[in-house]
Structure formats: C-alpha cells, structure tokens
Design a protein around this ligand. Structure first.
Ligand SMILES: Nc1ncnc2c1ncn2[C@@H]1O[C@H](COP(=O)(O)OP(=O)(O)OP(=O)(O)O)[C@@H](O)[C@H]1O
Ligand SMILES: [Mg+2]
Length: 375
C-alpha cells in the first residue's frame, strides 16, 4: 500500500469541454490552423469542425486558442452558442474587455438587442447605436487589423463552439465576415459543432461564407497513441500498469476521446483511492454507465420514433451499412431510409463514411439501443 502514497491528482478529464492534459493526435488540423494564421489566403482561414458528441471538437478549439493566446498580434475571441448570452453579445463583451485592458477609448457603453435579435452597440463617444458588424470594424481599425498581412497587422480570430445552437448568430457573424474579408481585414473564423451544421450551411444563403470553408471531421484517436499515453501517464505517476493493460484499455476505448478519459480516470481511482490492483472490466462497466447518463440519454431526447427504429435496425447488421441493406429490415422506402440515416448522422449519433456507408460509432451504443429502444 505504501507505494501508492503521494500519487498526484488524476490527469484525466472525463468531462465534456474539458481539455485533456495530453491531447492525442490532432496535429494535422492544428498545423493547418497555425498556417492559416500567417497565410490569409489559406482556406483554413474559415474552418468548420464537426463530429459526434464527445468526439473532441471543443478540445481542438481549445488547443488552438491556447497556442494563439501566446502571440501578441493575435486577438482571440472565443464563443459558445446556445448560452444565455448571444454570440454577438459574447463577441462584443470580449471586445469591450480588450478596450479596457488597453485602457483605450472608445469604450463600449452598452449593447442592446434589437427586435430582430441583432445586437446594436453604443460607444461612449457616440450618440447613436451602430450595428454589430460596424462595431467590430471600429475595433479592428483601432487595433490595426487591416492591410497587407506581410506588413504584420494584427489579426482577429473568432471561434464559435456548438455552432448549431445559434444559426441566427452565425448568420450575423457570416454577413459581417464577408464584408471584412472584402476590405482586407485580417480575420479568421473557426466554427465547431454537430454534423447538422454541414447540411444547414448548404441550405442557408447567409451561412454560405462557411460553404467554402475548410472542413474537418473528428476521427477516433489512434489506439497505439492512446496506449502509449496511458502507459506513460501512469508510469510518470509511479503507478504500475503493464503494457498489455495499457493496450487493452486503448482497445476498449475504441479511440473515442471521452471514453479514453473515462477509462483512464476509473483505473486511476481504483489504484489511488481504493488502493487495489486495476480492473479493466470494472472500469468499463463504470464508464458505460457514465456514457449512458451523460451522452446517450441526452441524445435520446433529440431522436424521433423513426430514428429510434432505424437505430434498432442498425444493431442487426454488422459493420458498415448502406440504405439498401436496410430496406428488408424496416418498413420504409429507400428514400425515407436515406433521410432518416442522414438525420441521425446530423445529430452525431451515427457516423457516415464515404457518403453513404453508416455505422454505430459510439461505444456501447448498440447495447444502449437494445436496452432502451426495443420493447
Ligand atoms: N485529442 C484528445 N486526446 C485525449 N482526450 C481527448 C481529446 N479530445 C477530447 N478528449 C476528451 O474527450 C472528452 C470530450 O471532448 P470534447 O468536449 O472536446 O468533445 P466535443 O466533440 O466538443 O463534444 P460535444 O459534442 O458534446 O460538445 C473530454 O473529456 C476531453 O478531455
Ligand atoms: Mg464540445
């Protein structure tokens, strides 16, 4: 027992939106984003990140924001849609803070929501309110963000997480963004959210600024890298776990980022808090219960009856499925089946590969469907 004393607190982060201590993979997207910071013609100047729940979208934004914050010429405004404050209010709030930090005028005096849901801004030196886009233009002028990038002007970076939760806000940003780009302002925008964003963007003219954006969809983490991370993390803390256990944990996680953290965290507490040898089956059972409670129960609320029936049908086939494979299993036409599959994909419940091959990507989800969606 003595050897387990003085083990540091768990480095695992089994909570949504909580960036892991060690980010696995994702170097390619980070490289592209970093490149775009210095190269305004890069398509990553506008980037859309989508993926299933718990797939690691917020973590990608977070990692990028952290690296950008170290650079003095970058202004990062980080927002999350669907919160009490609208996107525009969050953006203007952070801009207001910049002015204060720099002890600079003009200060933003107040923000009001207009009837249309847009924000109007009043600066202290002005009598009248100006619209959202103009307020930000003023900000960018004050902080010299216009001009040739090789003359090193400052750059504004706006990130929007959970983009699907406020399409109205996204439209306002999109409309303004297009104007800024036309006038050579140095601005970059990264939007993250559920896959439904992709289809929304296709249908909505005001969101078309994102239709020419770079796209990134989160993929499962590499299991070898996950195994190495487990082994080294426990090793560093002087908690003995064997290589085979690290490998078994990584395989069990299926590379699903949230499960990677859950398993690490449970094994850690078995050893640290309970002072006993690690048990993967027990950690898996605990993690499954967490996944059901924190992800799958939430997802269920968004499902229609036909969506649930489709999921049940999906559990009866192995691996990847196409719409035609389901015709014999569900009483719908091929067209309807395609539409239901697309809806499930949009909700981030199933994964689509190569346009029309689908599979149940979330770990333990099959068992959850059978437990909850069948009589
Ligand atoms: N690259 C990674 N390496 C290790 N762990 C990760 C990685 N990305 C995410 N995680 C972990 O996975 C969990 C989910 O991550 P995150 O909140 O970023 O997902 P998300 O896609 O934003 O989910 P949601 O759709 O619900 O917002 C968190 O516990 C996080 O610490
Ligand atoms: Mg998130």
């Amino acid at each position: 027992m003595k050897r387990y004393q003085n083990i540091p607190d768990s480095p695992f982060t089994p909570a949504f939106g909580k960036a892991p201590q060690e980010v696995i993979g994702r170097s390619q997207i980070q490289d592209h984003l970093a490149f775009a910071v210095d190269h305004p013609n890069s398509q990553y100047t506008k980037t859309l990140i989508t993926g299933v729940r718990g797939g690691g979208k917020t973590t990608i934004l977070d990692q990028f924001e952290k690296s950008a914050q170290d650079e003095a010429d970058l202004f990062v405004i980080s927002t999350t849609a669907g919160k009490a404050k609208s996107l525009a209010e969050q953006i203007l709030g952070q801009i207001s803070q910049f002015y204060q930090d720099q002890r600079m005028l003009p200060k933003i005096k107040n923000l009001t929501l207009t009837v249309s849901g847009l924000v109007a801004v009043r600066f202290e030196h002005q009598k009248t309110e100006v619209p959202f886009s103009q307020a930000i233009t003023t900000f960018m002028d004050d902080f010299q963000m216009q001009g040739q990038p090789n003359l090193a002007p400052n750059k504004l970076i706006i990130t929007v997480d959970e983009g699907q939760a406020d399409l109205l806000g996204l439209r306002a940003i999109g409309t303004a963004f297009q104007q800024w780009q036309r006038h050579n302002y140095n601005v970059m925008i990264i939007v993250a959210g559920l896959p439904s964003l992709t289809s929304k963007i296709g249908q909505d003219k005001a969101l078309s600024f994102l239709s020419r954006s770079a796209r990134y969809r989160t993929t499962p983490l590499d299991q070898d890298q996950v195994a190495t991370m487990y082994y080294q993390t426990f090793q560093t803390a002087d908690i003995p776990i064997s290589q085979p256990l690290a490998t078994a944990m990584a395989q069990a996680s299926q590379g699903y980022p949230y499960l990677v953290q859950l398993l690490g965290s449970y094994i850690w507490s078995q050893v640290k808090l309970d002072h006993r040898p690690p048990s993967l089956p027990e950690a898996l059972a605990n993690a499954e219960a967490d996944l059901e409670r924190t992800v799958y129960d939430l997802i269920s609320h968004d499902l229609t009856q036909s969506g649930k029936e489709m999921l049940v049908a999906l559990t009866t086939v192995r691996g990847f499925v196409q719409a035609e494979d389901l015709v014999s299993r569900i009483h719908q036409t091929k067209g309807q089946i395609k539409a239901i599959l697309a809806d499930l994909d949009n909700l981030g419940v199933i994964e689509c590969v190569d346009h029309d091959f689908y599979w149940l990507a979330l770990p333990f989800f099959k068992a959850y469907i059978l437990k909850n969606f069948t009589e």
